[in-house]
Design a protein around this ligand. Sequence first.
Ligand SMILES: [Zn+2]
Ligand SMILES: [Zn+2]
Length: 243
Amino acid sequence: MKDNGILARIAYAALALSIAANLWFVGRPGWALIPAMLAGWYLADMMSGAIHMYMDYRPCRPGVGLDRLYFYEGSRESDDYQALFRRTMRRIGPIERLVFDFKNHHPRPDALGRRRLWRQIGSTVIIATLPASLLLNLLCLAAPGLGLAVPGWLVGGAISFLIGGTFAQYFHGTLHRPHNPWFVRAMRRTGLLMTPQAHQIHHDTLARDFSTNCGWSNPVLNRLFNHLQRRGGMDRRGLEPGA
Ligand SMILES: [Zn+2]
Ligand SMILES: [Zn+2]
């Protein structure tokens, strides 16, 4: 997906409008809004970690040349690599591309930090958070007619979840970049985002700390990972594309 293309602009505008409408439905939520938003933030972190864990260990499709891209020895700026990249990507679907992206991130982590925003979050917005936010709009609109009331704190928690989910790969990218905007630094100081040092544990082991927003869900997901590995899942051979 092209950065700053028409699709990106429409998606950003639609998501912003949809979230603004959801904010309006929060109304006067009272004290419960704060814990609900923290819970939403925690769940977004957990979602980012669970998807990351799955993508890291799901084997790439063999026989399409993903191993040649992954282990390419020359410059990745070269015409040869770029042509090989385009040829290979045409042979696989969007999910397989994401699977490859996650694995390719391990040996070349800084590339994620250099990417434009749309390249980082575009697929998340289109596939997940924009449809989810629109669905929440519909639910809030339709609820009164059905004799239901969606509590403001619940909408607030959902908004926090949607924002954390939308920007998960952007936040991951900030962990691989020396210079970041003020709000990222402020959120790190308050613990709402994790630090590069904490994320480095994932890159050193590839077997723990998959969550990359605030990292609050890592203790739980690490236990799940260990449990799956004891049962024979999460085979380390899945971490790199095979021939
Ligand atoms: Zn990983
Ligand atoms: Zn990383």
